[in-house]
Design a protein around this ligand. Structure first.
Ligand code: 6R9
Length: 643
């Protein structure tokens, strides 16, 4: 039994929330199930189309075409269409800089003006429909401006997260053969600076497709500018034409490429197209995030990740929302920065990741108590399973016990939410992403390819195409087919394991490659982690299976302790007891390593490959360049040696 199974507490949607929610009638599930194509077509009709589609879906597995023959434009939907509906003077974007004194806002009209001008700049530099533009920017307003400008003229964007290295940037530029790079002098974050232009210059030494570089002056640092190639954003904007009509895009035209962090090998260039993607992010922003005109909505993800693409920019803007973009970190200038941002902008909806919540838990509630968080009405999480204790903490301390939590399961590949509560309808269980979004059909398969009915555990699949699904991997349709559509035939292979309980609720147990096999028992790393963090001394833990001659795999647990607690033999025994109590004796770790930190990617995902390497005493740990902080590796080796 895992932590979640011992506490099957049910949280009903608060009555007041439900009665005001964008959707509150459970019949939406049955309606969508009866005819998922009509369901999605109805959602698509809430957008602006230059020409309506002839056919909702053409499905030749694994190739999907949604809203075939329809013409639309994503930037038009996010800007012009909002202004047509009277939102011209409404704040579209609230920008909060790294320094609390630094910030600004853009109304929908102001944002449109910037986007049109920058679209003209891009055109003057040779951008055109179908030709990718690479973007490597800090979390500044010029980032959504550049995205929307690309979308306006039909040039697919490929955004590379600002903390990626020069070599990661180079690989991503070369894969899509972009001719334009949009970057900045430097990226301030947490009081420090990342030298973006310097990285870009290094990347460009070996990225021959780039002909033009646009440089935003963010810090004013003196950076070398290459004649004929590099130009300043502000200078180009000063001379730019003001008006740029939106290109009428085919529903299936490419909107963007986003490289997924992938734990092994070459990153995958995930391709999203126009009409279907926008339909799904728009619908889920309104239904899952319950976004309304009065809301101030803050998604804390960086735009360099899919969560930022879908739920900081395209979802909220296409729904006419006010979206907060924060450049900084939770701990700068002080550890209460996030709560300060919420109080200052009266944020009503907060969407963040479990890893952030757990790090706040470590610091206790003092920082929260200094701030008025009463504006909040809905909380969301995404990115990894949230353990019930973190869920409860989030609910109680951030949400004041009154805000529903939407635990949204989805992927870069899915474009938008797939399994998630609807906050006005779905009773939630801490730790479960609950039910598939209306119109989405999920399922479970075993390793032999048999579908699992009713309660059970298995490999998660999606059984019908959905509008926001990836269409292919850029220039690699074969890898697309092999990765997602080969294992079980014409169902989408997710790569996550899940359990379905007696109510049909899904509990994501983590990546399938994170499932251990210990003496023939299948044990999920996430389950053991959940058990360990259920102990009051444990702040965070990461579990891996170490190759073991006897058992196949032996469980090794890395544990970060709460506050100033110290590891001891006694505590190791207690933790073993905890795992035995929650899951069973077979799941007890063979080794528990106390460590001050864990190796995480910049999107906060634990790199288990590194943990496995350290636990197995491997000398060469492979590529560690995607770690947020590569020095963690040495600290881990030390922790292990001290054990
Ligand atoms: C949106 C995003 C996708 C993987 C996914 C799964 C994990 C995401 C989750 C979750 C449990 C949730 N994941 N949300 N696991 N509960 N609510 O994170 O995309 O970076 O592509 O990662 O993240 O393992 O397969 P991406």
């Amino acid at each position: 039994m895992s932590e979640e199974q011992t506490t099957p507490k049910l949280y009903e949607p608060p009555e007041e929330f439900a009665s005001n929610a964008n959707v509150s009638d459970p019949a939406v599930y049955e309606e969508a199930e009866r005819d998922y194509k009509s369901f999605w077509a109805e959602r698509a009709r809430e957008l602006h189309w230059f020409r309506e589609w002839d056919e909702v879906l053409q499905w030749n597995p694994p190739e999907a075409k949604w809203f075939v023959g329809g013409k639309t434009n994503v930037a038009y939907n996010c800007l012009d269409y909002q202004i047509e509906q009277g939102r011209g003077d409404k704040v579209a974007l609230v920008w909060e800089g790294d320094e609390p004194s630094d910030g600004t806002t853009y109304t929908y009209s102001e944002l449109l003006a910037e986007v049109e001008k920058f679209a003209n700049v891009l055109k003057s530099l040779g951008a055109e429909k179908g030709k990718p533009v690479s973007i490597y920017l800090p979390m500044i307003p010029e980032l959504p401006v550049a995205m929307l400008a690309c979308a306006r003229i039909g040039a697919p964007h490929s955004i590379v997260f600002g903390a990626f290295s020069a070599s990661a940037l180079r690989d991503r530029i070369n894969d899509c053969e972009a001719t334009i790079l949009v970057t900045a002098d430097a990226a301030p974050r947490g009081g420090r600076k990342t030298p973006l232009k310097q990285n870009a210059d290094e990347a460009l030494e070996d990225a021959p497709s780039i002909e033009n570089v646009v440089v935003v002056r963010r810090t004013g640092d003196d950076v070398p500018m290459q004649d004929g190639r590099d130009r300043y954003y502000d200078e180009l904007m000063a001379d730019a034409e003001e008006s740029c009509p939106a290109e009428e895009m085919d529903s299936e035209d490419l909107l963007f490429i986003l490289y997924s962090s992938g734990s092994t090998g070459k990153p995958k260039g995930i391709v999203h197209t126009t009409g279907g993607y926008l339909t799904q992010v728009n619908a889920t922003t309104k239904w899952t995030m319950d976004l309304k005109d009065e809301d101030v909505y803050w998604c804390t993800a960086d735009i360099g990740w899919i969560t930022g693409h879908s739920y900081l920019v395209y979802g909220p803007l296409s729904a006419g929302g006010t979206s907060v973009q924060f450049e900084g970190t939770p701990a700068y200038p002080a550890s209460d920065r996030w709560w300060d941002v919420i109080e200052k902008h009266k944020v009503t909806i907060l969407y963040t990741a479990p890893t952030a919540i757990r790090s706040f838990m470590k610091g206790g509630t003092e920082d929260l108590e200094k701030h008025d968080l009463s504006s909040l009405r809905l909380l969301g999480t995404v990115g990894e399973p949230i353990n019930p204790r973190a869920w409860e903490w989030y609910h109680e301390n951030v949400g004041g016990g009154r805000c529903p939590i939407v635990d949204t399961w989805w992927q870069t590949e899915t474009g938008g939410h797939m399994i998630t509560p609807l906050p006005g309808i779905t009773p939630t269980k801490p730790g479960s992403a609950t039910r598939p979004f209306p119109g989405i059909e999920a399922g479970l398969f075993d390793e032999e390819g048999n579908e699992i009915e009713g309660e059970g555990s298995g490999n998660l699949v999606i059984k019908k195409p959905w509008p926001g699904m990836l269409r292919t991997l850029y220039k690699d349709p074969e890898r697309y087919r092999e990765t997602y559509w080969e294992k079980y035939g014409d169902v989408y292979f997710v790569g996550d394991g899940a359990r379905r309980d007696e109510d049909g609720y899904y509990w994501i147990t983590g990546r399938i490659d994170d499932v251990m096999n210990v003496s023939g028992h299948r044990i999920s790393t996430a389950e053991v982690e959940s058990a360990l963090v259920g102990h009051p001394a444990v702040a965070e833990s990461a579990v891996i299976g170490r190759a073991d001659e006897d058992k196949g795999q032996a469980i090794v647990a890395y544990v970060i302790l709460e506050g100033d607690r110290e590891g001891s033999d006694e505590l190791i025994q207690e933790l073993n007891g905890q795992v035995r109590k929650v899951i069973g004796a077979h799941a007890r770790p063979q080794e528990i390593i106390f460590t001050p930190d864990l190796p995480k990617t910049r999107s906060g995902k634990i790199m288990r490959r590194i943990l496995r390497g350290v636990a197995e005493g491997q000398q060469d740990l492979g590529d560690t360049s995607t770690l947020a902080d590569p020095s963690v590796v040495d600290a881990l080796k030390e922790s292990r040696a001290a054990n």
